[in-house]
Design a protein around this ligand. Structure first.
Ligand code: SF4
Length: 371
């Protein structure tokens, strides 16, 4: 693909035209497409919608492990023997304390994740009540990831003011049965449709590196466009000994960057998030990922540690991007440096499991709790 052809991809994306699947595949697989030219082209599309802003998301594992599902990539699934900290739903006080902490740490969005197949009616009411209180107390967007949902449950959460529902498609319809047998791709798609029908934004992404051909990633990108997903977390499989699916396939730093660029062209106005595996797979190309993507996770991913927050904030500001927060970038960096001095976090060059202190920082004493 020449510079001229890349220019026409940019103008097509800016005009809202659908990315042709053959162009999407070429972005992923054609070595003649120069990487920096591609990143520059994706940047033009990203800049038109998001400027230089970066949204920071912090995940709270509000219920961890003990899941009856068998998703082969997941440390919380029933077949996984990875030694994670398991607990049922955190107390209301603990979840609220962590929402406050996420806000003070510069999070634009607070993501509450509950392991399991899906919430009961009682759990859905509890979630709705939590969403209501968080929205009342702090100016922070709220996202919930709680498994499969139907229309009545989505309506309860929508009424409480939930901004977004996360439910990842993860892989293509064709490949789905190879990564999970306890629910289907269609189940996942229906959950996202229920969210959209009830006025909740859809956050749905993928995990690259699970043995899928590049064309599967193209299919996911097109499906998410059809769904009008507002947010797309792009994960890269992290290897955890003890999961059914351990070894990532085909993930080089360059390929990961191409995946992010392809999702930007296919979904020009969506929030494209660099998610799990950011440090591990992008390695020294990580800062370049901010050019196609406009958001990232801070403080790791579910049960995997990420890089120290100060390093991530520094990467954002060193590259001239702006963190979306009511706090200044300087104060966020300084605060993260103080925290790193107290509790150093190693750069996640490996898949490192979170400790109970990472997962439940407000659990250890009443002083951490919101009263
Ligand atoms: S991805 Fe979700 S549903 Fe699947 S095993 Fe993990 S927690 Fe359970």
């Amino acid at each position: 693909m020449t510079i001229l052809e890349l220019d026409s991809l940019v103008s097509g994306a800016l005009a809202g035209e659908r990315l042709r699947s053959e162009d999407a595949l070429a972005i992923l697989t054609d070595p003649n497409i120069d990487l920096l030219s591609l990143v520059h082209a994706a940047w033009q599309v990203r800049e038109a919608r998001w400027g230089r802003t970066v949204q920071v998301h912090i995940i709270n594992n509000a219920a961890n492990g003990k899941c009856p599902e068998d998703c082969s990539y997941c440390t919380q699934g029933k077949n996984s023997s990875v030694d994670i900290e398991e607990y049922s739903m955190k107390s209301r006080e603990e979840i609220l304390a962590e929402a406050q902490r996420a806000h003070e740490n510069g999070a634009f969005r607070y993501c509450m994740v509950f392991s399991g197949r899906g919430p009961s009616n009682t759990r859905t009411d509890e979630l709705a009540s939590l969403v209501r209180e968080i929205k009342d107390r702090w100016p922070i967007e709220v996202c919930v990831s709680a498994g499969l949902l139907d229309d009545p449950k989505a309506a309860v959460l929508a009424e409480a003011g939930l901004d977004r529902l996360n439910h990842n498609l993860n892989t293509s319809e064709e490949h789905y049965a190879e990564i999970c047998t306890t629910h289907t791709y269609q189940d996942r798609l229906e959950t996202l449709r229920a969210a959209k029908r009830n006025g909740i934004e859809a956050c749905s992404g993928l995990i690259a590196g699970m043995g899928e051909p590049a064309s599967d990633l193209v299919e996911i990108a097109q499906t998410l466009r059809d769904l009008e997903a507002e947010s797309i977390p792009v994960n890269f499989l992290l290897p955890f000994e003890g999961n059914d699916l351990v070894e990532p396939t085909g993930l080089t730093p360059e390929y990961c960057l191409r995946v992010l660029c392809m999702f930007r062209f296919a979904n020009p106005t969506a929030e494209i998030r660099i998610a799990a595996g950011r440090e591990f797979h992008l390695r020294s190309l990580e800062p370049l990922a901010l050019y196609p993507a406009n958001s990232l996770f801070l403080e790791g991913y579910l049960n995997a540690k990420g890089a120290a927050s100060n390093r991530t904030y520094q990467m954002i500001t060193d590259n001239g991007f702006e963190i979306v927060s009511e706090y200044s970038a300087e104060s966020l960096v300084a605060q993260a440096e103080r925290a790193a001095d107290e509790q150093p976090v190693e750069l996640a060059g490996n898949s490192v499991i979170k400790t109970i202190d990472d997962l439940r920082p407000s659990f250890l004493g009443p002083e951490g709790l919101v009263t």
